[in-house]
Design a protein around this ligand. Structure first.
Ligand code: KG4
Ligand code: ZN
Length: 349
């Protein structure tokens, strides 16, 4: 099944063209094309994404990206379906993609599939190079797994029995971890989005070095919920009491390091507690924050110690993209599951 997919849930306008084949026991994905137009520079002066500006930019970028794909009538003939993100995300932004996809589907007489953005993240590990030709045995050996989805809007822990069945174990009660990175970056006068910026300056110091220790919210709670707003507030109070920290790069780096150590510590501890409880064979890491090398390496280290696998998509597919949307749409087709073609900002996992 060749799928043309569209993603516009936040501040990236993206298209992808994938060949999807196989069954739920061994699905295979080949990315033929993959384009992203980022609006980061446009939202940067506002310190975050402005929904109506995002919508306007998606409407401008969608036809430009489609042109860039240079799809000829012969190419259209080979496309079996169009997929578009219906949620969760910013509703004005989602609508821009849905309306465009509907027009496209009508013009080219193709079925239109609604896709779940977070399912896209969760299953993006299937785009990992090592799994692109995986057979049934290799896929089977991954499960049961624990899924950790960490993005700008979500922090979710899931029990993933196989590619058909999953259960949400817990999520954040307040800020998502990506949101905490972005907010702490703002406190440190670093540009938006803050995740990569914090990672960059924190990497100047060794983990656990320095004298600052921030709280690890809910780390000992016997549940799988998270809370990151207290950690952000702890950074705020620290900077209020130590204003000199903001005056030098070294001071900022120390705060960033201590923040990242605390955030990653909570994510890793809770993920492996779930892994033990549910006898998981692997960890599936996804979402924008999965681009963080420290989070990846800490999860990989712990997984190796326990002889577990860690699966995470190649870097290009960690932050928002349309390839993962085709993956989610194809898996749903196999499950005979459909999402209504309407924007749903708070679509649940
Ligand atoms: O998945 P994503 O692209 O969009 C959402 O669905 O939210 O995630 C964006 C989030 C932002 O909060 C960004 O700061 C964070 O992912 N992020 C990172 C890194 N790269 C992106 N956080 C920590 N370290 C990174 N290297
Ligand atoms: Zn996302």
């Amino acid at each position: 099944m060749r799928i043309l997919s569209i993603e516009t849930s936040c501040d990236e306008t993206a298209f992808a063209l994938l060949d999807c084949s196989g069954t739920l026991s061994a699905p295979r994905f080949k990315v033929l094309r993959h384009l992203i137009a980022s609006q980061i520079e446009i939202h940067r002066p506002f310190g975050g994404v402005v929904p109506n500006i995002a919508k306007r930019e998606h409407m401008k970028n969608l036809p430009i990206l489609l042109d860039e794909l240079k799809l000829k009538p012969a190419d259209w003939k080979k496309i079996d379906a169009i997929a578009v993100t219906v949620g969760p995300g910013l509703e004005p932004a989602l609508w821009a993609g849905i309306v465009f996809a509907k027009e496209l589907a009508k013009t080219h007489k193709k079925p239109l599939l609604g896709a779940h953005h977070m399912e896209g993240h969760l299953y993006s590990f299937l785009l990992e190079k090592a799994l692109s030709r995986a057979d049934k045995e290799k896929i089977k050996a991954i499960f049961p797994a624990i899924g950790l989805v960490v993005s700008g809007g979500h922090t979710i822990l899931l029990q993933v029995k196989d590619l058909k069945t999953r259960t949400r174990l817990g999520e954040t009660r307040d800020d998502a971890v990506g949101e905490a990175y972005d907010k702490v970056a703002r406190l440190l006068d670093l540009p938006y989005p803050g995740g990569p910026e914090i990672e960059k300056i924190a990497s100047n110091l060794a983990p656990g070095s320095g004298t600052i220790v921030f709280p690890r919210p809910m780390i000992h709670d016997k549940n799988y919920e998270f809370s990151f707003s207290g950690l952000k507030t702890a950074v705020l109070y620290y900077l209020r009491d130590h204003p000199d920290a903001l005056k030098t790069d070294a001071g900022k780096a120390e705060v960033a390091r201590a923040f990242q150590d605390a955030a990653v510590d909570v994510l890793v501890k809770k993920t492996f507690r779930a892994a033990t409880q549910y006898k998981a064979k692997s960890i599936l890491l996804s979402g924008g924050v999965s681009a963080n090398k420290f989070l990846r390496s800490e999860l990989a280290r712990e997984a190796k110690k326990r002889k577990m696998q860690l699966h995470v998509a190649d870097f290009v597919y960690n932050t928002d993209n349309a390839a993962m949307i085709a993956v989610a749409a194809y898996l749903n087709t196999l499950k005979k599951k459909k999402y209504p073609l309407k924007a749903k900002g708070d679509l649940q996992m």
